[in-house]
Design a protein around this ligand. Structure first.
Ligand SMILES: C[S@@+](CC[C@H](N)C(=O)[O-])C[C@H]1O[C@@H](n2cnc3c(N)ncnc32)[C@H](O)[C@@H]1O
Length: 284
């Protein structure tokens, strides 16, 4: 367990993932009924952008910083869709010691009094930082546990509404197959839940196999709504730093596909290398 998200916080992949996350959470919050977010690999919640790790890679400058700089040129339609994300991230960057909000901080900002959050984090120091960063938020529970064990234990939530975010570090060679196995168990227990799985795109073959396996899982569980959304800032090259990533979305809000089709071309334009960046959205 060597992965530290502090090196990558606020990069193009975080921007993409967190913009989509805010769209899903904002949709869930439209109805008054309580819902729950289960974050299987939660991280620290906030990341110091002036810290040694963030300074070392500078990835956030090509991600969230660029997005904020480009704000004025965004169409009104895209502005409206990314407004919940920027309303959380921009003030954090404007602090005296700039920070980037991770998924727990984003959830804490968007969930209401009646909603609940469970954050699983296996790294003891990271879990302790997350607890500290969330303060006394009575809606939130931080559990130092393997995220996939947490998934098995906390699904289905009593509210029977909500989102599971699966965002592992992909240190293990078999991460794709572990996700498929544990997602299969989760959707069997809670087929109406929404799930969002992040993954890196380093080569095409493994991703195609992953989609096929997820498709089989959804068919077996009788789930008809599966979507994949990909975003790359450059050509995919396994020998170069990560340039592409994707999300598998199970039971996403019905508006999400159209929203992603509006947001993604603009993200490609702002964060991508012209002529090399791109996006792809398809049903699974
Ligand atoms: C990509 S980061 C999470 C980022 C976070 N979801 C966000 O969007 O801000 C992955 C996190 O998973 C943690 N982790 C690694 N192995 C884990 C495991 N088996 N179970 C739970 N967490 C784990 C790492 O310590 C790291 O904080």
């Amino acid at each position: 367990m060597n992965y530290r998200h502090a090196y990558h916080a606020g990069n193009f992949a975080d921007v993409f993932k967190h913009v989509i996350l805010t769209r899903i959470l904002a949709y869930l919050a439209r109805k008054p009924a309580a819902f729950r977010m289960i974050d299987t690999h939660a991280g620290e919640g906030f990341y110091a952008l002036g810290g040694v790790e963030a300074e070392k890679t500078g990835e956030w400058r090509e991600g969230i910083a660029r997005l904020i700089d480009a704000r004025a040129q965004i169409s009104a339609q895209v502005q409206e869709l990314i407004a919940p994300y920027l309303a959380i991230a921009a003030p954090c960057l404007a602090e005296t010691s700039p920070r980037y909000p991770g998924s727990p901080a984003i959830a804490a900002a968007l969930l209401r009094q009646q909603d609940r959050m469970i954050f699983c984090e296996a790294h003891p120091e990271t879990a302790a930082r997350l607890k500290h960063n969330l303060g006394r938020d009575r809606r939130a529970k931080v559990i130092e546990i393997d995220g996939f064990i947490g998934l098995g234990a906390y699904v289905p939530p009593i509210e029977r509404r909500g989102l599971v975010l699966i965002d592992p570090p992909f240190e293990a060679k078999d991460e794709f197959s572990r996700i498929v196995k544990h997602l299969e168990g989760a959707v069997r227990k809670w087929p109406t839940g929404s799930y969002m799985v992040w993954f890196p795109i380093k080569e095409r073959e493994g991703v195609t196999r992953f989609y096929r396996q997820i498709g089989d899982v959804l068919v077996a569980a009788g789930i008809k709504d599966g979507l994949c959304v990909e975003f790359r800032v450059d050509e995919i090259n396994p020998n170069l730093p990560l340039a592409g990533n994707g999300l598998v979305l199970v039971n996403p809000p019905y508006v999400l596909e159209a929203e992603a089709r509006t947001i993604l071309p603009w993200l490609v334009k702002v964060l991508g290398v012209p002529g090399c960046a791109g996006h792809h959205i398809a049903r699974i």
